[in-house]
Design a protein around this ligand. Structure first.
Ligand SMILES: [Mg+2]
Length: 267
């Protein structure tokens, strides 16, 4: 890679864990600023708006602009406006993120009318048996279900938590219908983030803790992928992949975000 057009970061597990900074994150952001290297952030987090994410990061000493953050919710809103203009949408999500989805007509899920589209965000206490059963019923009847992402789990300081993908996979298997997923690992977010940095995906370095949804997904659109050994990184996941000679490998593996400047200097 000759040019460095920008660095794209996953947030959770790379810069912070449970919104506590990972050592070296601040220094790495400062390094990029000092070198005048563009940066953007791509997250499947659906519990906070872009402004709230920027505030949470600033609150732990990580200066990030809301405009530089691409979320699964903002991407989903773009997709809904383009593909289902004027549609009535039922949203099942953990967290109030409607502000990041302007122009979308949300309707009450208990309405007697079926919605035009069902949007499923991140899992949480809102994912009750009753609500998920209703989503499953809509899926079975052919109403489009759009998922902000299909992540299987996320990490917290208290351990792993199961996410939307776990539920979707079962619903799809049982219904024979497929939900469309918008966030990582789909290409849209990576391309949108590169555009935001004013560069081509091939000139972007993407740093993530999820080998599939961050790193290899970035490499699929031509970015250079860097896997960090923090957050949801698990050695056995990497080992399993290494045994598959046809499987893609991360372009680079580093200990943590703290090691990124050294990698960029020596690339
Ligand atoms: Mg992550």
């Amino acid at each position: 890679m000759s040019i460095l057009g920008g660095v794209l970061f996953d947030i959770d597990g790379v810069l912070v864990t449970s919104w506590k900074p990972i050592p070296g994150a601040r220094e790495t952001l400062d390094y990029l600023d000092h070198k005048d290297i563009a940066r953007a952030f791509l997250t499947n987090t659906t519990s906070k708006t872009r402004t709230q994410i920027a505030e949470s990061l600033a609150g732990v000493g990580l200066p990030v602009h809301a405009d530089d953050i691409v979320t699964a919710a903002s991407l989903t809103a773009d997709h809904l406006r383009e593909t289902y203009p004027g549609a009535s949408v039922v949203l099942v999500n953990n967290g109030d993120i409607a502000v990041d989805m302007p122009g979308i007509e949300f309707v009450d899920e208990s309405s007697t009318h079926d919605p035009d589209v069902v949007v499923v965000g991140g899992a949480g206490p809102e994912f009750t048996h009753e609500r998920l059963s209703r989503v499953y019923d809509w899926l079975c009847r052919g109403i489009p279900v759009v998922a902000m992402h299909r992540s299987l789990m996320w990490t917290t300081a208290a351990g792993l938590r199961i996410d939307t993908g776990m539920y979707l996979t079962g619903m799809e298997k049982a219904s024979g219908h497929t939900a469309q997923a918008i966030g990582k690992p789909a290409p849209l977010g990576f391309q949108t983030a590169a555009e935001r940095m004013g560069t081509d995906p091939v000139d972007v370095v993407m740093v993530g803790d999820d080998i599939d949804n961050d790193v290899l997904a970035a490499q699929v659109v031509g970015m250079t992928g860097v896997l960090v050994r923090t957050g949801k990184f698990r050695q056995d996941t990497l080992d399993r992949r290494a045994k598959n000679e046809f499987g893609m490998q991360p372009n680079h593996i580093i200990g943590s975000v703290a090691d990124l400047p050294e990698l960029l200097e020596n690339r």
